[in-house]
Design a protein around this ligand. Structure first.
Ligand SMILES: O=C(O)CCC(=O)C(=O)O
Length: 255
């Protein structure tokens, strides 16, 4: 693993705010390749309603896109972004879940304000249990159904009285992840976040890779298939796909 994937500025920004934006994470060529792979996955998913994922008016969810295409599997260890996540989570990193979210034009939020970890007995504000990475495959303008975050809220205590808003767009102090396609952003899963309403004519397309630790369970429905497990030829891939022993085979910096 390269030493210091995060610059000092990024490290401080993440610690303070609980998120990071990585402009141009995907080069134009990579974006084209990943978008084509996502399109192929979407076509297979739409053609077979027994494939897992939500089919709602405001969210189409191609569940576990890494099962569909090697390009989407490889994105899980993207050389520009993955080392940052690994630096934040450490050598016990493991994939927890992955999704391709499609938010159609002129639809309401599919996720109001929440955070992703609420396990009793673990003091989350000082722990980094999960880091979620989003790769934008379409331009997301303001009002385009993007993710919004409350900077610094990953440190809020469990009982912090978050303002109660009926419309997620109305949350005071939020920042909206409105960026061009090819941008990646990641956040600490204790941060309060939401998907805002898509008030535009544009479909929002985003790939999501969620990482935790190898002593956590991969979320039900995201456990790698036999076919995918057979591809896990490196210690890194084996661990990311939940095939390592949580107690003895954490990666070393050399893996
Ligand atoms: O679609 C989004 O931007 C938000 C997704 C979300 O809430 C989540 O992954 O927990």
């Amino acid at each position: 693993m390269p030493k210091q994937a995060l610059s000092e500025e990024q490290r401080l920004f993440f610690e303070t705010n609980g998120y990071l934006v990585i402009p141009n994470a995907l080069s134009p060529e990579e974006l084209q390749r990943v978008r084509a792979a996502a399109d192929r996955a979407e076509a297979l998913w739409r053609a077979d309603p027994s494939r897992p994922g939500l089919r709602r008016e405001n969210l189409q969810q191609v569940q576990a896109p890494i099962e569909y295409d090697d390009v989407l599997l490889e994105l899980m260890t993207h050389p520009k972004v993955f080392p940052m996540v690994r630096e934040i989570l450490g050598n016990t990193i493991q994939m927890i879940d992955n999704d391709y979210f499609i938010s159609p034009p002129h639809t309401g939020s599919h996720a109001t304000w929440h955070h992703d970890v609420g396990m009793p007995g673990v003091y989350h504000p000082r722990s980094t249990l999960m880091v979620k990475v989003f790769y934008l495959l379409s331009d997301v303008p303001e009002g385009g159904g993007g993710t919004a975050l409350i900077p610094g809220s990953h440190r809020f205590p469990m009982d912090y009285p978050l303002p109660q808003v009926e419309d997620p767009d109305a949350m005071p102090g939020k920042v909206e992840m409105a960026y061009p396609a090819g941008t990646a952003y990641l956040f600490h899963c204790r941060i309060y976040h939401a998907a805002l309403n898509n008030r535009t004519d544009q479909t929002r397309r985003v790939l999501i890779y969620n990482y935790g630790h190898n002593w956590m369970r991969i979320w039900p429905g995201y456990e790698p298939s036999e076919r995918l497990r057979a591809k896990a030829s490196t210690p890194l891939l084996r661990q990311l796909l939940g095939l390592s022993d949580a107690y003895v085979s954490a990666l070393t910096d050399a893996d």
